[in-house]
Write a protein that binds this ligand. Structure first.
Ligand SMILES: NC(=O)c1ccc[n+]([C@@H]2O[C@H](COP(=O)([O-])OP(=O)(O)OC[C@H]3O[C@@H](n4cnc5c(N)ncnc54)[C@H](OP(=O)(O)O)[C@@H]3O)[C@@H](O)[C@H]2O)c1
Length: 333
């Protein structure tokens, strides 16, 4: 049997948004499986802002090398196995890469996690609410340790992570204000997800509107964006407020991203804590169980934007930076 594996290879380190040719499609024949290997067919790919960072530089993981398959999280199903821990039909999530098939070997346990088949639950939930984004929201909110009645502001609020953060903050009894890039997203946040207010940062008067939406000041900034948005939020924070530094997406496509205003951090005596979700791997099951319960009881809603076709993955990565997604962005391979 000869199977062709389509792979997206990192050809050039992007400048700004991805340009045609930064990722190139290659067709590679799959070799016969060796004893101790399993073959998984990738069904869905998680499209994450951090992929743009992985394309450009070393960060919490090394940069993807030129000529390598682009790193990505995905959901896959085992189609053939000579591996003692996997059998045909097993479903896994992990670093599949942007490709049709991934070969699992002896080290697979470190990179992949088996996921159950749950009736009436979509496969894609394991990339969004019960995947990286829900888990990031959950552990970020654990760091935030919100108290009832506190005000939390979250940026990129209608995205995969931000939309869950705001809903967890509502469960915890906070006043929640989201910042997002369209009126449609803002309406979704307030009408469907129960945010107390949502501010479209593309309107000229958004800073005044944000100030009006936080009459008691801001106790917690769940920061996904950085730059001007972060500085505006910091100005409105209460003394001794907490900043949960989850992401700085406004800087990922820039050579020289603007930093936060540390003068405000000093004067307001703020506490800033950054975190990377991979550090919490040993507690993923605990978090996913809680998130699943919240979903089952209608306390949390999730939404997905699905793009069809592996070849569309480069365009999908750019969608994160133009704001074309609402909720979790996924490529159906
Ligand atoms: N620390 C961790 O372990 C961890 C894990 C996962 C994600 N993250 C971070 O969390 C953040 C959100 O990630 P996500 O996967 O949930 O993506 P997402 O929020 O689903 O998508 C990104 C959103 O960011 C907004 N955005 C993009 N560029 C912007 C800019 N210049 N100014 C303002 N808003 C901008 C866009 O929405 P608008 O229409 O609102 O502009 C876009 O839809 C990112 O910073 C990411 O790096 C961190």
């Amino acid at each position: 049997m000869s199977i062709v594996n389509r792979q997206l290879i990192l050809q050039l380190r992007p400048k700004g948004l991805l340009a045609p040719g930064d990722l190139q499609l290659r067709e590679a024949p799959l070799l016969e499986l060796q004893e101790g290997q399993a073959l998984a067919r990738v069904k869905y790919l998680s499209i994450d802002p951090t992929m743009r960072v992985w394309m450009a530089m070393d960060s919490y993981l090394p940069a993807v090398a030129i000529g390598e398959v682009m790193r990505a999280f995905g959901f896959a199903e085992i189609v053939e196995s000579r591996h003692p821990d996997y059998k045909k039909g097993d479903r896994i999530t992990g670093l599949t890469g942007l490709q049709d098939y991934v070969v699992l070997d002896a080290s697979a346990g470190k990179s992949f996690q088996k996921v159950p088949k749950i009736p009436f639950v979509s496969d894609t939930i394991f990339l969004g609410l019960l995947g990286i984004n829900g888990l990031t929201a959950y552990f970020g909110m654990e760091i935030a340790a919100p108290k009832k009645g506190e005000t939390l502001v979250v940026s990129a609020a209608a995205g995969a992570t931000g939309s869950i953060v705001g809903q967890i903050a509502k469960v915890r009894g906070c006043r929640v204000v989201g910042i997002a890039g369209t009126d449609e997203k803002c309406n979704w946040l307030t009408k469907d997800l129960g945010f107390d207010a949502a501010i479209n940062y593309k309107h000229a008067d958004w800073k005044e509107k944000l100030a009006a939406a936080v009459p008691n000041g801001i106790d917690i900034d769940f920061e996904n964006v950085g730059g001007e948005i972060m500085n505006t939020v910091l100005e409105l924070m209460n003394l001794h407020g907490r900043v949960i530094l989850c992401g700085l997406i406004s800087g990922y496509t820039k050579e020289d991203p603007s930093l936060a205003s540390f003068g405000t951090v000093l004067v307001k005596r703020l506490r800033i804590e950054g975190f990377i979700i991979l550090d919490y791997a040993s507690r993923f099951i605990e978090a996913a169980t809680q998130l699943g319960q919240w979903k089952m009881f209608g306390k949390i809603m999730d939404r997905e934007t699905i793009v069809e076709g592996l070849g569309k993955a480069p365009d999908a990565i750019n969608m994160l930076f133009t704001g074309a997604n609402t909720g979790k962005l996924i490529v159906k391979v």
